[in-house]
Write a protein that binds this ligand. Structure first.
Ligand code: ZN
Length: 373
C-alpha cells in the first residue's frame, strides 16, 4: 500500500509553482529543486548546459536491490508564459492560478509528485533497482535540455516522462516526427505609386504559395501550419523580402516527408512564376517514436496503473516532449498523462486528488519495474 502525505505534497507543489521558471530562466527553480533533492540525501548533478547556472539536474535514488533493473524518470523544470508571479489557489479540491497566469502544473505537478514518491520509497524501502531522475530545462522550447543531455550517464534503458495530456493512466506510446519550415521570399523593391512595374512583390509570391499549400489537418496522423509571416517596409513600397515560418508533424515520417515536399514545391513554383526567388529551409527538429504494446516500459506502466486503481489507456499524441529525444537516444521511453486540464492557459487546473494519485502512480512504477517483466 502506497501512502502519500497529501498535505506535504500539496504544500510542495504550491511552493514550486511560486518560483518563476519560464523557459531559459529556470535557474532559481533548479537551485531550489537541487536543495530539496539534497535534503532527501540524494546526490545531485547539474550539467550547466543552460544559462545563469541552470541546466539539467540529474539525481539517483539508489536501489534497495541492486540486482533489479534501473529505470529513468524524466520531467521538465520550465514553464510557458504567462508564468510569472503565479498565485496558486485551492478551492473545492481544485488548484488553479489567480486567473492571470498559468498554474505551472505542467510539469511541476510531476516534480512535486516525484519527490513525495521518493519520500515514501525511502521510508518503506520496498525492493527496487536504481531510480534515475532527470529534470530538464527548456522543454517548452523544443526540448533543449533533453536534446543536449549526455545519456551515457544513464544506466536505465527504459524511461517514463510524466508530461503528457490526458487523464492519469494514459500511456502514450506514439509521438510525431516534427519538421520546422522557414522560407524567405525575395522579390524586388520599387515605389508603389511611381514605378510599380519595376517591382516584384515578395508578399504576393508568398500569398500565392500559401494558397496552394495543404495546411491544417492533412490526415489523422499528419498536420501542417504556417504560424508566422513578416516583412515589407511600408505601404508605399513593393515588398522585397517576406519571411514565413511554419511546421509539419506526422506519426509517419514518410507522410511528413511528402507533406514538407508539397510545401516546398508550392513555394518554389510561386516564386518561379512570379519572377522572384525563395530560400526554403526544412529541418527535422525531432524524431517520432512508436513503442509496441508488449514493450517492458508499457507493461510496467500498465501494471503500475492498475496497482493504484487507474485504468491504463494506451494512446498516441501529436505533441512532442522530452520523450522524443530520449527515444531517439536509445532510451525506450513512454509518456504518461499527468492529469489536470487546460495546460498552457490561464485556466490550467489540477485537483489535489490527481496530484496524490500521480505521486502514487510514480511510486508504483518504481515498484513494478522490479517485478517480473
Ligand atoms: Zn510539459
Amino acid at each position: 500500500m502506497i501512502t502519500i502525505d497529501q498535505d506535504r505534497l500539496v504544500k510542495q507543489f504550491m511552493d514550486f509553482v511560486q518560483i518563476d521558471s519560464p523557459s531559459f530562466e529556470e535557474a532559481p527553480f533548479v537551485l531550489a529543486l537541487g536543495k530539496e533533492l539534497k535534503a532527501l540525501g540524494l546526490a545531485v548533478e547539474n550539467d550547466r548546459t543552460s544559462q545563469n547556472g541552470a541546466g539539467n539536474l540529474f539525481s539517483v535514488l539508489p536501489g534497495t536491490d541492486r540486482g533489479l533493473p534501473p529505470i529513468l524518470l524524466c520531467m521538465h523544470t520550465d514553464t510557458v508564459e504567462p508564468g510569472r508571479g503565479i498565485k496558486p489557489q485551492i478551492e473545492d479540491g481544485q488548484i488553479r492560478s489567480a486567473g492571470t497566469t498559468i498554474l505551472g502544473a505542467d510539469n511541476k505537478s510531476a516534480v512535486a509528485a516525484t519527490l513525495e514518491a521518493i519520500r515514501w520509497l525511502q521510508a518503506s524501502r520496498p525492493a527496487h533497482g536504481d531510480l534515475e531522475i532527470l529534470f530538464t530545462w527548456g522543454e517548452e522550447r523544443g526540448h533543449q535540455g533533453a536534446r543536449v543531455f549526455d545519456v551515457s550517464r544513464l544506466h536505465a534503458r527504459i524511461g517514463f516522462v510524466p508530461d503528457g495530456g490526458g487523464p492519469l493512466g494514459t500511456i502514450i506510446t506514439q509521438a510525431p516526427y516534427y519538421d520546422s519550415v522557414r522560407a524567405t521570399f525575395l522579390g524586388k523593391a520599387a515605389h508603389a505609386g511611381l514605378t510599380p512595374e519595376k517591382g516584384i512583390s515578395a508578399l504576393v509570391m508568398a500569398s500565392k504559395a500559401i494558397t496552394r499549400m495543404n495546411l491544417g489537418r492533412i490526415d489523422e496522423e499528419t498536420t501542417a501550419n504556417l504560424g508566422k509571416i513578416s516583412g515589407g517596409s511600408g505601404r508605399n513600397t513593393i515588398p522585397e523580402r517576406i519571411e514565413v515560418e511554419g511546421e509539419a508533424r506526422s506519426l509517419d515520417f514518410r507522410k511528413l516527408e511528402r507533406q514538407v515536399k508539397q510545401m516546398r514545391m508550392a513555394m518554389e513554383e510561386a516564386a518561379r512564376e512570379w519572377g522572384g526567388q525563395v530560400q526554403v529551409e526544412i529541418k527535422r527538429e525531432y524524431d517520432g517514436f512508436h513503442i509496441g504494446d508488449d514493450d517492458p516500459s508499457v507493461r510496467i506502466a500498465q501494471r503500475a496503473s492498475r496497482a493504484v486503481g487507474l485504468i491504463p489507456i494506451i494512446a498516441s499524441t501529436n505533441g512532442g516532449s522530452d520523450g522524443n529525444d530520449l527515444n531517439a537516444k536509445g532510451i525506450r521511453t513512454v509518456v504518461l498523462g499527468m492529469g489536470g486540464r487546460d495546460y498552457h492557459s490561464t485556466q490550467e487546473t489540477i485537483s489535489v486528488a490527481e496530484l496524490v494519485k500521480l505521486s502514487e502512480w510514480i511510486a508504483a512504477l518504481v515498484l513494478e519495474s522490479g517485478r517480473n517483466r
